[in-house]
Ligand binder design. Structure first.
Ligand code: SF4
Length: 427
């Protein structure tokens, strides 16, 4: 069958899309980018915010209408897990609703003539799957799935299930194969990688082993960390290894202790700032990003100002900023009073303006510096190549004389916030 896959949401979903592609290919199906010729269409959805959910569901109708003959429509990912059977009743165009832990059943289900919803949790069996990777020279390796933290605004524990860590020997074998295949970067994935544990191996030890297997031609990143689980052990492993990227995504969500408690984040503002200080002390040129929520239920103006002041104090290189979005089944729905949506949007735009200013200032601080970038592929504009620093900054090279996977020493000559321009320098 000719299949088309569309993915929304986080890197975990992107990699699940690569796993799904591998499952379909192994079963003799073909996966194509062109939806027009598809006989089956898979939409891998994200449920983290209402907007993401509505957008993905909207695509179903659009994609079902593209090919001449209506294709088999399969809704996958977190929205499938969240609503399951209900979606089959709600969206007549859908043939299957498949949760993120049962993609290995899809080849069999495609034989079915009935409309079905399958959302068993924690049953994934993807170790035998050869993922079809789409991001050479960058690659993803899942180290754990699920989350047990139940932050009060978050749907993830409900749609991704309880934490389960992959055996370290299987992770290391996958890393070895990627290095042999010439990948220049590996990102370790998990909803909360810091709580990885398997046979007594914790995440810092796993990271150290991955760094050893990756060697000096492959960089290692990881995402996502909960600040409560960030340890000095992890920071010192990062600082002691050349090939572990000096980049850390540390979602704060709020700068106010009462709000952090209501979010059930498990750390305080000062505790968070101490962890940032620990990272900066061990890795002075570390690139730090975060997530922030504006307008969490009950958040007062003063408490919101604490988020503003935290962003001014930490001066993140980047930040993913969101307005609070009600998620069915999460504990925050019972917290009142809700902040009116208009006010959430007003607070969000204050954070966005502030961060845009900080990102621009920080990006200009690296003009004139020399760094080694990993060429990742053609840039959006013709005649340019895209590349990434260890800090994951996007560096544009004004030439096509480079190949994906190449490591190139450059001097930063221009910066405008999210994009930098680099000139190759001879070593
Ligand atoms: S740690 Fe992250 S994924 Fe887990 S519940 Fe909290 S916000 Fe959600």
């Amino acid at each position: 069958m000719i299949c088309h896959i569309e993915v929304y949401g986080c890197q975990m979903n992107v990699h699940d899309g690569e796993i799904l592609s591998g499952i379909l290919k192994a079963a003799g199906h073909t996966v194509v980018r062109n939806a027009k010729i598809a006989e089956a269409v898979f939409v891998v959805t994200c449920a983290v915010r209402e907007h993401a959910e509505t957008r993905a569901l909207g695509r179903i109708t659009h994609l079902a209408g593209i090919p001449k003959k209506k294709p088999i429509m399969v809704l996958c990912g977190c929205v499938a897990q969240e609503h399951g059977e209900k979606l089959l009743k709600k969206i007549k165009l859908l043939d299957f609703v498949i949760g993120p832990d049962v993609y290995h059943l899809i080849p069999e289900l495609l034989q079915e003539r009935r409309r079905l919803s399958v959302t068993d949790q924690g049953a994934e069996d993807y170790e035998q799957v050869k993922a079809v990777r789409e991001q050479f020279p960058r690659s993803y390796v899942t180290v754990m799935r699920g989350c047990d933290n139940f932050c009060t605004y978050c749907i993830v524990p409900y749609v991704r299930g309880r934490e389960r860590s992959r055996p370290s020997e299987l992770i290391l074998k996958e890393v070895e194969k990627l290095v042999e295949a010439g990948y220049g970067e590996i990102t370790l994935l998990g909803q909360n990688v810091n709580s990885y544990t398997h046979n007594g191996m914790n995440f810092p030890k796993l990271l150290e082993k991955v760094s050893t297997v990756a060697g000096d031609r492959c960089r290692v990143r990881f995402v996502t960390s909960n600040p409560r689980d960030l340890t000095a052990e992890l920071a010192s492993v990062m600082a002691s290894r050349e090939n572990i990227c000096n980049q850390f995504h540390l979602p704060a969500q709020s700068g106010n202790d009462r709000v952090l408690k209501a979010m059930r984040r498990g750390y305080t503002r000062n505790g968070y700032i101490e962890k940032i200080a620990m990272l900066k002390e061990l890795m002075p040129d570390i690139v730090i990003s975060t997530d922030m929520i504006a307008g969490f239920p009950g958040e007062t103006l003063e408490e919101f100002e604490d988020t503003v002041s935290l962003m001014k104090e930490v001066r993140y290189d980047y930040a993913f900023l969101f307005r609070y979005s009600e998620r069915e089944g999460t504990a925050a729905l019972n917290i009142s009073p809700p902040v009116p949506v208009k006010e959430r949007l007003r607070r969000l735009s204050i954070l966005q303006d502030l961060q845009a200013k900080i990102t621009l200032e920080k990006s200009r601080e690296i003009i004139g510096r020399e760094m080694t970038v990993l060429v990742t592929g053609p840039a959006r504009r013709a005649g340019q190549m895209a590349s990434r620093t260890m800090g994951n900054r996007l560096i544009i090279l004004e030439s096509l004389d480079f190949t994906p996977g190449e490591l190139v020493p450059v001097r930063i000559v221009k910066a405008d916030g999210y994009t930098h321009f680099g000139e190759p320098v001879s070593v």
